[in-house]
Design a protein around this ligand. Structure first.
Ligand code: NAD
Length: 438
């Protein structure tokens, strides 16, 4: 279902009319493509307060050319190191650093604020560091022009390199207003070709015959992975076609089967590196009208099967050390949505699973567990949403447009990167900073 409003605002009369009426002006987002793989301009590195981070070498490797102070060129990215902000006085350094440059950031530019973990023994430091969250989210809502603003909490710049590379690139076009902790013990990062970080790795994506799952499979294959495209038998033809195109394999299997995990393990005797739980269904009804079958079918596909297959693949040792699990939540699971008590419950369950399992899976299996939480993404699932709710979903976010499956796929690829070992237990919204939820 094409976004006609978006197309209209790209025409001269459309631009004129929507400006005059004060209607949203969705910017053309700069997404990754082979022709335009990097941001259109240099990176400006700023500091607020004293910092112990060894950031410079990491920024040099992330892509855009770095320059240290406001110069002639308009920055395409600004990184503000605010890890040394410990009280309200040093917090003033955040205003002092960004106030003069924020207007000059190019359209579809990036602002990344770096913060420190909150210190439970110091309520002044905690207040000042928590303040960065409100600052980031507020700036994300006001900056406009397809620009994004995110906060990364870290202690080691090297461990955050893959995260900075993602946030400072066109791959993160629909990720804004997020707070990402990069604080897990990363372990050694194997040397990899940054152009094909998943080379030599095997990735399995559930529900990959179409929609977001198909985009995830394509993006992981672009990054070098051998992909297994899993979907229900009814989608076998699409799954096979995609697998053939990507040089991978198709696996037709209903993920709710009691032995799904064992069947995947049997299919992958050489092991698995990346497991993406993407398959999902909606069966919307308000609770008063919802039969038990609608409840249980959604909970079974979206949550119970994720728990079952995860447990089985970890227990069987199919997921190799250095492995990555990426599950799919939804902002409906974070904010709630009328008519979706079943879906919201299932997706909130994913958040609980991720937060609980992540530290243990890393300690016991060397596997990270994270989730993506898509907002309104243009797929067959959202094309079925009634017109007015669909329009609200598209417009009620800082970027004033729906995301594309590739936006979720790029976020998944960053979490699946072997260099993302310090990112664990995170729920990253891919929602253009939707107004729903935090
Ligand atoms: P979609 O309906 O287009 O695709 C879902 C795929 O999952 C289909 O190919 C389907 O055959 C497969 N599937 C369903 N049940 C299965 C089962 N039992 N076993 C194996 N495969 C099964 O959906 P989408 O929009 O691409 O959504 C993908 C994921 O993203 C879902 O988990 C969904 O809840 C989540 N999500 C989507 C949006 C959005 O805006 N589209 C927003 C938030 C979250």
């Amino acid at each position: 279902m094409p976004d006609r409003y978006l197309s209209f605002t790209r025409t001269a009369p459309g631009r004129f009319l929507t400006r005059r009426l004060g209607l949203p002006q969705p910017a053309a987002l700069h997404r990754w493509s082979p022709d335009r793989p990097a941001l259109d301009g240099p990176l400006l590195a700023l500091t607020a307060g004293p910092s112990a981070l060894d950031l410079a070498p990491v920024l040099v490797r992330t892509g855009p050319a770095v320059y240290p102070a406001a110069g002639a060129a308009r920055p395409a990215a600004v990184v503000l190191d605010a890890t040394g902000v410990r009280d309200v006085d040093t917090l003033a350094g955040v205003h002092a650093a960004l106030h003069p440059v924020v207007r000059s950031v190019v359209p579809s530019g990036r602002i990344v604020v770096l913060g420190a973990p909150l210190d439970p023994a110091d309520h002044h430091q905690s207040a000042a560091q928590q303040a960065l969250e409100g600052f980031t989210r507020s700036l994300g809502k006001e900056i406009g022009g397809g620009r994004t603003v995110n906060l990364v909490r870290l202690t080691d710049a090297g461990a955050a390199e893959s995260t900075l590379r993602f946030l400072l690139s066109p791959r993160s076009a629909y990720v804004s207003g997020q707070v990402i902790d990069v604080l897990a013990a990363a372990g050694p990062v194997p040397p990899a070709d940054p152009g094909r970080p998943l080379a030599g790795r095997t990735a399995l994506v559930t529900g990959a015959a179409r929609g977001i799952g198909a985009a995830v499979a394509e993006t992981l294959a672009r990054d070098g992975a051998r992909v297994v495209v899993l979907d229900v038998p009814q989608a076998a033809q699409d799954a096979r076609r995609l697998a053939d195109r990507l040089g991978g394999t198709a696996l037709t299997l209903d993920i709710t089967a009691a032995d799904a995990g064992e069947r995947i393990a049997a299919e992958l005797p050489g092991g698995l590196d990346v497991l993406v739980h993407n398959a999902g269904v909606t069966r919307d009804r308000r609770l008063v009208n919802m039969p038990a079958e609608r409840w249980s079918s959604v909970l079974d596909v979206n949550l119970a099967s994720v728990l079952r297959t995860t447990d089985a693949l970890l227990a069987e040792g199919t997921l190799r050390p250095g492995g990555r699990i990426v599950a799919t939540a939804s902002i409906a699971g974070l904010a709630g949505n009328a008519g979706q008590t079943n879906y919201g419950a299932s997706k909130a369950g994913i958040v609980g699973l991720v937060r609980s399992l992540a530290p243990r899976a890393l300690a016991e299996h060397g596997v990270t567990v994270n989730a993506v939480a898509p907002g309104f993404i243009e797929t067959r699932m959202t094309a079925a949403v009634p017109l007015f709710i669909r329009e609200a979903g598209r417009r009620m976010n800082s970027l004033a447009q729906g995301g594309l499956p590739v936006d979720v796929a790029e976020t998944t690829a960053w979490l699946a990167d072997p260099a993302s070992g310090a990112v664990n237990g995170q729920v990253v919204r891919v929602c253009g900073q939707s107004l729903l939820g935090a």
